[in-house]
Every structure is written in C-alpha cells, then in structure tokens.
Ligand binder design. Sequence first.
Ligand code: NAD
Length: 357
Amino acid sequence: MHRVTIIPGDGIGREVSLAARRCIDATGVKIEWEEQIAGQEAMDKYGEALPKRVLDSIRKNKVAIKGPITTPVGKGFRSVNVQMRMSLDLYACLRPCKIYKGAKTRYENLDLVVVRENTEDLYRGIEFAAGQARDVIKYIEKASGATIRKDSAIGIKPISIEASKRIVKFAFDYAVKNKRKKVTAVHKANIMKETDGLFLKVSREVAEGYRCQVEFEDMIVDNMCMQLVQKPELYDVLVLPNLYGDIISDLCSGLVGGLGITPGANIGNDMALFEAIHGSAPKYAGQNKVNPTAMILSGVLMLRHIDEVKAADRLENAVSQVIAEGKDVTYDLKPDRNDPTAVGTSQMADAIIEAMK
Ligand code: NAD
C-alpha cells in the first residue's frame, strides 16, 4: 500500500485530478490518498494559501500529486506552486514532451525532455516595487557603477553554483538512466555573463564527467526557440534555469500537441510532486470539458517513481490507445475544436479505464 498526498487544485484542477485519481486506482495499484487543499480554498478555510499541514503531509508521504492552482496576478498571495517547490526543495522539474499518435501536431515522432531548475533565478520572488526600491537602487549603483532610473521596480536573479550543479547533474543522470543521447544546456550567457555565464560554466564542468556516455552542447535561449520550432528532432534532453525552463516547456508542449497532454514532475532528494504543466484555465472550470491527459500522464510518472512500472506502462498504453483512436477524446484532440462528438473530461477518463481492461 502506498500513501500519496493529493491536492486537487482549483479552476479545472478538481476535474482533472479526479479523472487522474480514478485512472490510477483502475490500474489496481493500492494507494491510500490523503487529500489536502491549497490556494484560495485554503485561504478561505484556514487563512493561508499554503497551510503547513499540506507541506507536512508531503514530507510524511514523500509522494504527492497536484492539480493546478490559480495565482492572483499582480496582487494577492504568492504562487502556491512556486512556494511548494521551494519549501520542499523540489529542485528538478521534469517535463517529458512526446508525441502520441493521433495528437494534433505539425511534427512527427518527437520525444524531448525538458529539465527545469525549480528553486532560484527570477522565480525566487525577490522583488522591490517602484518607489520602494530606492535604497536597493542606490546600493546597486554604488556597487556596479551603473545608473538605474529612479522609478524602476527591481527583481533579483540569483543563480548559484550549487543549484546549477545539481540540476545539470540531474539532467545527465536522467539521460544515462533513460538511454538518452544528448543534453543541451540553454542560457543567455552572452548578455547575462555572470548569472547565465555561471550556469553555462557549471554545465560544461558537469558535462565533462559524462563525456564518454552522453553528448553535450549549449545553446542561447532565443536561438533555442527558433531551432525547436524548425528542427525539434535534433534535441533530446534540455536543461535550463527556472524562467527559460518555464517558457521552453510550454513551447515544447505546443510542439507535441498542447498543454492538455503534457505531464510534469517536481523532484527533490527524497520527495516528489507530480503535476501537469498547464494551469487552472478558469474559463473552463466546472464544465467537464478540458483534457485530463496531462494529469493522467503525470500519474504515469508518479507510478514509475513509486516503482509500479507495469501499472505505469498499462496506463500509458491505454492513454495512447484512446488518443490514437480519436473517438472518446476532448475537444482539443479533435481535428475541429467545435466537433460535437468531443467527449468531456470524465468520459475521456472512462475510455482510458476501459482501454486498460
Ligand atoms: P492555463 O494553462 O491555465 O491555460 C491556458 C490555456 O491552455 C487554456 O485557456 C486552454 O485553452 C489551454 N489548456 C490548459 N489546460 C488544458 C487542458 N487540460 N485541456 C485543454 N486545454 C487546456 O494558463 P493560464 O491561463 O496562463 O493560467 C491560469 C491560472 O493557472 C493562473 O492563475 C496561473 O498562475 C495558474 N497556473 C498554475 C500552474 C500550476 O498550478 N502548476 C501552472 C501554470 C499556471
């Protein structure tokens, strides 16, 4: 029996989480689910968006699966998603982007993996509002000799040797374990010579240790975007600092058929939290409309993580079969988004469960 924390999320979160939970249970793997709430729902009930009980539950169970949670823009509480990854030091964000036959895409046979650093960079959330940043501006001007407009807001981008080393090492270890051929480190070291320059320097040092096993190259992030759109088949495992990792993983998701089908995992030294790349898509909330695949495939990653490999393979094959048949799929997987034969979230999960029998 495994114990797993489940955080349903909000917006479309509950619908896709429930679908994923039903599919995971249908594999026959015995899981005792411990439900916790976070985000606005927790704010209303407990007065905080990320109550300690949620983190304690994940620390205890070591494995969690989570639906998307809305982050208020510009005001309100800080992203619960980011806070969770940082508080639990879930430093590696793994986002496999693979084409399933029948998915709506312009490409063929892509199988890329994005490894995003999860704990630092501009995502550290160290920001000073315009007007309140004067002391910081004064200090920076004195230390650097640069001038900064007085009405600027300031954001801090920390990139450390330690965090860069462990994420690049994670990418190489993943490549070796999964028989991948190449790791590409993505950066903007031509402009950000100290921060991204450090990430690149560390990447090259780590790569040396894997020279006989895995090929290594580096690429500037803007060029990477163009290359991925034109010839994505040339890439295998990408490793990136936090912000570029966030953007490039949505891009890669678009290459293989969209956010509805791309799973993810946040992994630390002894804990892991599985979640789709997509957000809470509030405009579709409560409509039983969106695609549950990304959450279900996050469940597949979770099953592999807890060594339930056969169950993971069965569930992934069932997802693949339902997408390939193209009948019991949600609107985003139909050639025409207005196709009246598109099924709802829970019906697609039913079809996947049926395909496992
Ligand atoms: P989003 O991913 O929620 O939605 C963008 C669009 O992608 C949707 O309008 C929809 O067309 C499509 N989409 C998303 N999920 C889909 C699915 N399962 N099936 C079919 N189509 C799908 O991005 P957003 O609108 O930028 O963000 C909404 C909220 O989600 C924000 O508050 C954001 O902060 C939050 N968010 C949370 C997480 C997380 O919990 N890890 C991740 C990203 C965004």
